[in-house]
Design a protein around this ligand. Structure first.
Ligand code: PRX
Length: 646
């Protein structure tokens, strides 16, 4: 087909999955015997302490249980089992913002994780099931900490370092964390910044569950130490024994929580399991990135998001790969930093977000030419739709026109890739994540469960459970059911609804058309408009507010707020109001949720029952025609009044 890009046949000969027949064979296997497909993989890929006796238990759907009664330990899967053959292989290659480098072999990682696990147990009294919040930058100690928590059967909740003290506090309280691990700070854009003061502020109110704070010293900046509560990591860890027996975990014990935004209310603690999660993390690493034994793989995500969990730490280490970790930003000291690193470390697979590709294309289109990028074999994208312009630049300038791009669609809740090309088996197309992976039943359906015809938008759903799926929302199983297993049904059974709209193209490929709920995607960061609205609503002069995403050439979407003010008297310039509002957002959520633009409007379009018709607001900001009937609005004239502001 003309609009498709085909993989190089010579290169494909060495791939794990070599052609479309092999891919279709796997799909057919999974279709014929779904449980058999996953059961076989689980037996092959996981180093069980005790093998499971049932692949899937659906008796309490949607609280599915995978690999029942299996016993394992995820840190054992990621480290110990590699020691026989990969002891001296690099597990993590780290580069700091200032250019400092560190290589950690599997042997070294083993000792570091064991010592840290002992420290957590012995000094901090952490045991199976306890929650540990990790508020740390992109340094190897963060991965060590996650693995150490997993080793002793505790549950980590990594909070992205860009979140504010208020947001961190909410997450600590919700998880009832016993320990917070942080750093003094880290480096960004060549300069030191601080993290510990954010933890101090978070803990100043209502975090009674937290007993201690463990501080990894990264940049030596002056910080406050609270006697009896705060402890320095380096000093303590050296005294611990380098052997810590891994806790025997059940397949379904929780591995971690990761908070993510939904369309309503506070962020939800997405809970992942042990066996199902690690199985899918590992097999997608192998198949989607086609990582081979001597490869060096690099994912630029932050470890505070699911991409960092699955594709910097757990996936690569579970398969025994070499994973690159970078502390900094892509444009410091210049927009060639990433390309320089690809040359330096001879990176074979490179995985990043469309927003970064657009930024680098815009600010440094010529930079890639200065570096030797010929080591690259597979490129990946994640987090948001990629526009064909950015795709083509990535394909030609970074991949030299020879590297397949895997556009991977997935979510915090799915744990790992769901819809994605296999690099040497799927012809690719700019802007499409192509097909569901084998064993994943992703389908675009309407509210009645009917498959959508080509070219028509529907709901992207997963119609059968999969091993790495979210198990529940921490502490709120009802919300879990309501959020994901709502209206959409297939063959009369509830299906997992992703919140994304999508359609099939002329090749039968899946094209993601964006969220259908009140979630926006700014620079690949997922945010609930409700959370941002709640912050803006805390401004004294804001009576009502509605936030929508506005298309943005680099960020994908930017935050746009329609605001009804309480009083003209208190109103200065719009820019002043925007500044004040952003002050509140930065305090309550973090800089990632900052509002780009506001418009002051006389009222919001609401139904008679008081529901804000955001679809109208989205259409106005995009300059699109309003297609829905506005006569049912409480005050239809408000739409024209708003339009007059643009
Ligand atoms: O809207 C989809 C978008 O990101 C959402 C998931 O966000 P999050 O849970 O933060 O995880 C991001 C990293 C997996 C999805 O609901 N999204 C993710 N990947 C893609 C995408 N949109 C289009 N194309 C993708 N490849």
């Amino acid at each position: 087909m003309e609009n498709l890009f085909y993989p190089d046949r010579e290169e494909a000969k060495n791939a794990r999955i070599k052609n479309s027949c092999e891919y279709e064979g796997l799909v057919a296997d999974a279709n014929d015997d779904y449980e058999g497909y996953w059961g076989k993989l689980a037996k092959e890929k996981i180093s069980w302490f005790q093998e499971f006796d049932e692949v899937l238990d659906e008796s309490d759907a949607p609280f599915y249980k995978w690999f029942k009664n299996g016993k394992l330990n995820v840190s054992y899967q990621c480290i110990d089992r590699h020691l026989e053959t990969r002891k001296n292989k690099a597990a993590i290659i780290f580069e700091g913002e200032l250019g400092d480098q560190k290589v950690i072999t599997y042997r070294e990682l083993y000792y570091e994780v064991n010592k840290t696990a002992n420290l957590l147990k012995n000094k901090f009294g952490i045991s199976k099931g306890d929650r540990v919040v990790i508020y740390m930058p992109m340094i190897p100690e963060t991965a060590v900490m996650m693995l150490a928590v997993a080793r002793i059967g505790a549950i980590h909740s990594v909070v992205f370092g860009g979140f504010s003290a208020d947001a961190l506090r909410d997450r600590i309280i919700d998880a009832e964390a016993k320990l917070v691990v942080t750093t003094d700070g880290a480096y960004r854009r060549g300069k030191p910044y601080l993290l510990k003061p954010v933890v101090d502020e978070a803990l100043s109110v209502g975090c009674e569950s937290v007993e201690k704070v463990l501080v990894v010293e990264r940049n030596g900046e002056e910080i406050h130490w609270e006697a009896g509560r705060d402890f320095a990591y380096a000093e303590l860890v050296q005294n611990e024994s380098p052997i810590c027996e891994p806790e025997v975990m059940d397949s379904e014990d929780p591995l971690f929580l990761l908070y993510t935004s939904g369309s309503t209310g506070k962020p939800k603690g997405v809970q992942h399991s042990q066996a199902g999660y690690i199985l899918h993390a590992q097999t997608t690493m192998e198949n989607v990135f086609d990582v081979r034994e001597n490869d060096t793989y690099w994912c630029t995500a932050d470890v505070g998001w699911i991409t960092g969990h699955t594709y910097i730490v757990y996936g690569p280490l579970a398969m025994g790969a070499t994973t690159v970790m970078f502390e900094g930003v892509p444009i410091y000291p210049d927009a060639g930093r990433w390309w320089k690193m690809i040359e330096e470390y001879q990176v074979n697979q490179f995985y990043t977000a469309p927003t970064a590709i657009r930024l680098l294309h815009k600010t440094g289109a010529e930079e890639p030419k200065k570096y030797d990028l010929s080591s690259l074999r597979v490129l990946g994208t994640v987090g948001e739709p990629i526009n064909p312009d950015a795709w083509l630049w990535y394909y030609n300038e970074i991949g030299g026109g020879k590297c397949p791009i895997v556009d991977t669609w997935w979510q915090t809740e799915t744990g790992g890739h769901m819809v994605s090309p296999l690099p040497f088996a799927t012809p690719i197309k700019p802007g499409s994540a192509t097909n569901p992976l084998p064993g994943i039943f992703a389908e675009i359906i309407d509210e009645n469960g009917e498959r959508m015809p080509e070219g028509e938008k529907g709901l992207l759903c997963i119609t059968k459970p999969w091993p790495s799926m979210i198990r529940t929302i921490w502490g709120d199983p009802e919300r879990f059911k309501k959020s994901y297993f709502g209206d959409a049904k297939k063959d009369g059974k509830p299906v997992y609804f992703s919140g994304d709209g999508a359609m099939y193209d002329e090749n039968g490929y899946i094209i993601i058309t964006g969220r259908t709920d009140d979630v926006i995607n700014v620079s690949g960061h997922r945010m609930g408009t409700a959370e941002i609205e709640a912050s803006i609503g805390n401004h004294d002069n804001v009576a009502e507010v509605a936030v929508v995403g506005k298309p943005h050439s680099v960020k994908g979407e930017s935050v746009f707020a329609y605001i009804v003010i309480k009083s003209e008297d208190n109103l200065g310039e719009d820019v002043e109001l925007l500044k004040e509002i952003n002050g509140i957002i930065v305090k309550e959520i973090g800089p990632i949720a900052k509002c780009d633009e506001i418009v002051i409007v006389p009222g919001l379009p609401k139904t008679r029952s008081g529901k804000i018709m955001r679809r109208i607001l989205r259409a106005i900001v995009k300059g699109e025609a309003i297609t829905q009937d506005t006569s049912t609005l409480e005050d239809p004239s408000v739409v024209e009044k708003i339009q007059a502001k643009f």
